[in-house]
Design a protein around this ligand. Structure first.
Ligand code: PLP
Length: 446
């Protein structure tokens, strides 16, 4: 095991306040707190901070460290690749071995249904790629009016302009306004918050019908695609009723609209199948993936696309789009080895048959707690809804809620990292988590 270095934590905190602007953060709040919590090292499912706390990482970093921390073989493969070929891109009619092999691997993980793969460095960039590719596809196909995307309220598709625009986060749109014209948002399939007066099935149908109504309002001839996370992650782990996605798929097919699944969180075993769309029982035309692709060890994302779409794209000359780090050989080599580890250790199967059902059962034990409105999960993706009044479902902070961040802080103080979203806490532990660690996780939440 790697021996952690000794850091001057007080000095790091001072420098953090003076110079470092953390992502998605209230900088004044961090200054008031005396600087960020400095995470110094990690192993397995645990992170360690500069104050000597060992914290069970119930979020796998930011929904990404699926194979857990401290995998020497990922460090070794990165070092080998850096020595052999640290960088080369796919511009100038070139390619590099890890990128080509990873594209082939991803194609096979889709069962060959999405055989063409474009690389980027982040989930946001993947969705930017999709945005431009889809619009260009319809132009080349002779239906240039099809430029509108339909997405959902509380969807998260990234922090770039297209990512924010495709996403449906009010707080993000409030900063700088809706950044991209041509994106329509429809209701989210959030049964606990919006559908408890009907059965999950009736609610699933109502939410799918909202998409059809929007298509008819915009005009089907103007709609390019529907995009959705199989399970909305950053929106609060919103697990749709089982009939929702198949109905969405049928609606997309009815109007000839492309269906895109953002698998940035749900991909690579998170929901108990390789892809979230498998768990939801649908077959998208395009998927975005990132995070679990490399378990977060290096930045890399990918877009996998159907043969039909790429056939049309090939009639259009250059696809004038790409990043300096598209197909980065070191990231690709790490991703390949990460997938090899997942396969060798049977992690997807483990989530499906062992740890996923175990987490569901363990979370269900929280349902008798006076502050728990609903505890839900799929695979190793879960949420606990916190309520002020169990009978009515009334929230502590009004409609938008504030209890999640408060409970998150209490969990962290008790040795568990979870995320607070409005009036819920969400969890997404590494796929290597054991059943006894799941007991710890749920015990700390209680
Ligand atoms: N899409 C989804 C579903 C995500 O959850 C995220 C990040 O959390 C993104 C896209 C953006 O990915 P990134 O932060 O790598 O740009």
């Amino acid at each position: 095991m790697h021996m952690p270095r000794n850091y001057d934590i007080a000095e790091l905190r001072r420098l953090d306040i003076a110079h470092h602007l953390p992502a998605q953060a209230d900088w004044q709040e961090i200054e008031n707190l005396g600087g960020s919590r400095i995470i110094t090292h990690a192993e397995g499912c645990y992170i360690h901070d500069g104050d000597g706390n060992r914290i069970l990482d119930g979020m796998a970093g930011l929904w990404c460290v699926n194979v857990g921390y401290g995998r020497d073989e990922l460090a070794d493969v990165a070092a080998e690749q850096m020595r052999e070929l640290p960088y080369y891109n796919s511009f100038f009619k070139t390619a590099n071995p890890p990128a080509v092999l990873l594209a082939d691997k991803i194609s096979s993980l889709t069962g060959g249904r999405l055989p063409h793969v474009f690389f980027n460095s982040s989930g946001s960039e993947a969705n930017d790629t999709i945005f431009r590719l889809v619009r260009q596809y319809w132009k080349l196909k002779g239906e240039p009016k099809r430029q509108t995307f339909i997405s959902r309220i509380n969807a998260y598709h990234g922090s770039t302009l297209a990512g924010v625009g495709l996403g449906g986060m009010k707080a993000m749109h409030n900063i700088g306004g809706d950044p991209i014209p041509g994106v329509e948002h429809v209701r989210q399939p959030y049964w606990y918050n919006e559908g408890r007066d009907m059965s999950p099935e009736a609610f699933g149908t109502a939410c799918a019908e909202a998409i059809e109504s929007k298509i008819l309002e915009v005009g089907p001839e103007n709609v390019a695609a529907f995009i959705g996370e199989p399970v909305q992650g950053a929106g609060g782990v919103i697990i749709p009723p089982a009939n929702y996605w198949p109905q969405v798929e049928a609606i997309c097919r009815k109007y000839g609209i492309l269906m895109i699944c953002d698998e940035v969180i749900c991909g690579f075993g998170r929901t108990g199948n390789m892809w979230g769309h498998e768990t939801m029982g649908v077959k998208p035309d395009i998927i975005a993936m990132a995070k679990g692709l490399s378990s977060g060890y290096l930045p890399i994302s990918a877009v996998a696309v159907s043969a039909d779409i790429i056939k049309v794209m090939k009639t259009g000359g250059d696809f004038v789009h790409g990043y300096t780090y598209s197909g980065h050989p070191v990231s690709a080599a790490v991703a390949l080895r990460n997938i090899e580890i997942m396969e060798r250790e049977g992690l997807v199967e483990k989530v499906r048959s062992e740890t996923g059902p175990y987490l569901a059962k363990a979370l269900a034990t929280l349902n008798d707690h006076p502050l728990v409105g609903e505890a839900r999960s799929v695979g190793l993706l879960g949420a606990v809804e916190i309520v002020a009044d169990k009978a009515t479902g009334a929230r502590f902070g009004g409609a938008e809620g504030t209890a999640g961040p408060m409970v998150r802080d209490i969990c962290i103080a008790n040795g568990l990292m979870v995320r607070g979203i409005r009036d819920s806490i969400v969890m997404c532990p590494p796929l290597i988590i054991t059943t006894s660690q799941i007991d710890d996780l749920v015990g700390i939440i209680r």
